[in-house]
Design a protein around this ligand. Sequence first.
Ligand code: ZN
Length: 217
Amino acid sequence: MTSYDQIFENNKKWMAERKASDPAFFDKIAREQNPDYLYIGCSDSRVTAEEIMGVNPGEVFVHRNVANLVNATDLNVMTVLNYGIRSLDVKHIIVCGHYNCGGVKAAMQPVDMGILNPWFRNIRDVYRMHRNELNAINDEQLRYNRLVELNVQEQCINVLKLASLQKAYIKTGYPEVHGWVFDLHTGELIDLKLDFPKLLKDIMEIYRLTDDEIWNS
Ligand SMILES: [Zn+2]
């Protein structure tokens, strides 16, 4: 367990190490940020974006919430996404879930969780959309794992519903959207290899927010 005071000791050590390996490090990060990656992950303390990706400060724009949801009425995640796409010009958007996600597990329990109900309803909606596949899985742990994956997939689709994403992708060919799952048991980062262009085309009949002709072909 890290004590409160230890945090500041750690910070001093980190500053010294960074300066030793690159004397201009803080000058560079103070100047601007130009990250290629936008990461949306779970708030879970065990799933830290930069560490599991092995990247440095300045390389990934991060948003985290319980169960890595992309909800159109959540001004926070919508601001991160629109700023990332329109101003930071990110090349990749990642939604990263994780097995053993407490938020996904809680949503599978038939109990009233008060103020948490509206948030978890998004995950229940994912279950409803995929209930035939999920109910066919007898093993509860495997069903839970699959819901984690399907939740990532649906949140990626929610990213595709943004006008800013559709317009940027048609114009420039990026950002690409990726779904990942982090396995706490092994430390492995798993790319679900979602077919992003196909997912985008599939939703266009209903969610199209641009009149660019590429989607007519
Ligand atoms: Zn989680």
